[in-house]
Design a protein. Sequence first.
Length: 351
Amino acid sequence: MTKSESTGLPVDTERLVDVVQDRLSEVGDLDELRSLETEVLGKKSELSLAHRSLGGLEPDARRRAGAVLGETKSRIETLISEKREELEEVSRRRQLEADRLDLTEVVRESGRGHVHLVQRTRDELEDVFIGMGFSVAEGPEAETDWYNFEALNMPPAHPARSMFDTFYLELGEPDAVLLRTHTSPVQIRVMQSQPPPIYSVMPGRAYRRETADARHTSIFHQIEGLVVDRGISFADLAGTIEIFTSAYFGPDIHARLRPAFFPFTEPSAEFEITCTICKGSGCRTCSHAGWVELGGCGMVDPAVFAAVDIDDEKWTGFAFGFGIDRCAQMRHEIPDMRILLENDVRFLRQA
Ligand code: PHE
């Protein structure tokens, strides 16, 4: 300890304040601050020792030295409390940062999980159609017979109903409520809820009593499309499907339409795309046809317009519906669709 000449104290108070200031600039957290505080202000500190030595001084010198010590102590206390406030502010900010919920977080790439491939495919398909000016609508998975069949021009006992193996629910009258066999009932709901012009896609789950195999599962996903406007023709339908196909699958993949039958469209077509596995040259997946069926489509049947009170003299339209799972299968070359439902983590992690 060096004796200070001016005060007669065993400590150089100016130097002490400088030292404290230097040490404080090194302090990184509240724990370090507490131990520095004990060191410079505690019982064993230079300052306390100096205080204890006051008794050996003459009364005048004691008063002066006491005042110097008191002032030094309060300067050091001020420095420490300023530092404490600064550190508390930093730790508050860190806590806030850590607690903040980032609602924009994309979980897809993180270790915490993935968006399921079917959901991702659905999102991507929606994006393609939104880019083409469509809006997105949804409807219930448990439907009434009227929406699923009757309004779509399939009255009770209509033979076309046998195209769909249906799960009926024990709800209300027998056979009144069912798990929708396709997303087409949402066409009806959309036409009931808004006047034309309509440019809408309707993705969702559908159910059929199927024996599961590599290309069929009882629960599957479809995306329905509906356009109702003035002067819509079959060429608009074909063009929309072709544009969608190359936008989603790439420029090498094309669409073709083949005559088919659906009670709710007239004329109707099956919609096929170039097999993505062999690019059209023929392989096992496409049964050597070079083409794979994706869904159905056609011009909205006047009987459907009649069910929702749309004047078919004024408005025409087209509709299409195809499998989302099938799109995922074709785009990602998945040999067996059942894997989409099995929740095998080895598959989920890759997807
Ligand atoms: N709903 C039909 C099916 O699931 C597909 C389809 C939709 C056909 C729209 C024509 C128009 O098989």
